[in-house]
Write a protein that binds this ligand. Structure first.
Ligand code: NAP
Length: 296
């Protein structure tokens, strides 16, 4: 059996590090603050927002949860973002995706103070990622995947890494991170127009699957001993489950686990790391904002 990459355990390690840094910031009079805006009542979004708020409280961060009605207009939302941009107790702002259809999400992201954009979606932060500027914010999920790979001792320098998916949330920033000088992976990005996907994947030392297709990555995609990171979270019907569904990844875990050298489970792999990296980005935002406003 392969080594299981335990996202919950790595997330706990991240929290231990953050607790030290939070204590340090508090001793200098700063409490990192995160504001999460939820528009409407999508049940999955509500669950994510609750988990973020709970984690903030566990770490002793200042947490603000803004729950706005599904009828909120673009102007109303922009006004709330503006208030939070100017609120000195708030260092990170996140608008839970997906917003209702009347909201222009890209315009909202552009309206965020980029120094508080802990999701890393603001154009300035996207540019900073491409420019290897460490003051920027990297989206939480790819940042979490990188930390999992590092904690697992996977050699990335010169490694052949295949990233499945090119979204702005996962695939594209993941590829940009991996080709950074100092990380030095050789990256192939796969999308819906890519041909010969299983052959390309089969040559990879590391496969990172983020396409949102249940069990897409099967045994014929995976070379003996490869590391497999499964970002996918997909609902599939399951009559044996009282909710009527279960969550599975983009990887056919049971079969691929027979071949892989190391693999993340779903749940318990990438998911816990995404929230850990959100906390980490919030603490970083507080550190950066506080140090830039401290005289001298
Ligand atoms: P997305 O925006 O829908 O992007 C999916 C990407 O996969 C696109 O680039 C698409 O290609 C590609 N793709 C789709 N079907 C394909 C196929 N059959 N063959 C090859 N490529 C294909 O999804 P996302 O937001 O990146 O999320 C991906 C998955 O990760 C979802 O299951 C999501 O729930 C999960 N996720 C998990 C976390 C976490 O914390 N664990 C966080 C974020 C997302 P095109 O660009 O050509 O359309």
């Amino acid at each position: 059996m392969p080594r299981l990459i335990d996202g919950r355990a790595v997330a706990q390690k991240v929290y231990a590090e953050l607790r030290e840094e939070i204590a340090n910031l508090k001793s200098r009079g700063s409490i990192p603050g995160l504001a999460v805006i939820l528009i409407g009542d999508d049940p999955a979004s509500r669950t994510y927002v609750r988990a973020k708020d709970k984690m903030c409280r566990e770490l002793g961060l200042h947490s603000v949860k803004l729950e706005l009605p599904a009828t909120t207009t673009q102007e109303e939302l922009l006004a709330r973002v503006d208030e939070l941009n100017r609120n000195q107790k708030i260092h990170g702002i996140l608008v839970q995706s997906p917003p209702p259809p009347q909201i222009d999400e890209a315009a909202i992201v552009r309206a965020l103070d980029s120094q508080k954009d802990v999701d890393g979606f603001h154009p300035l932060n996207v540019a900073k990622l491409a420019l290897d500027d460490e003051t920027g914010f990297v989206p939480c999920t790819p940042l979490g995947c990188l930390r999992l790979l590092r904690e697992s001792g996977v050699a990335l320098s010169g490694a052949n890494v295949v990233v499945l998916g090119r979204s702005m949330i996962v695939g594209k920033p993941m590829a940009l991170l991996l080709i950074r000088k100092g990380i030095d992976a050789t990256v192939t990005v796969i999308h819906s127009r890519t041909r010969h996907i299983s052959e390309i994947c089969h040559r990879a030392d590391v496969i990172i699957a983020a396409i949102g297709r249940p069990h897409f990555v099967r045994t014929e995609f995976v070379g003996e001993g490869a590391t497999v990171i499964d970002v996918g979270i997909n609902r599939v019907d399951d009559a044996t489950n009282e909710r009527g569904y279960k969550l599975v990844g983009d990887v056919d875990f049971d079969a691929v686990a027979e071949i892989a050298g190391a693999i993340t489970p779903v749940p318990g792999g990438v998911g816990p790391m995404t929230i850990a990296m959100l906390m980490s980005n919030t603490v970083k935002a507080c550190r950066q904002i506080t140090s830039s406003s401290t005289p001298g």
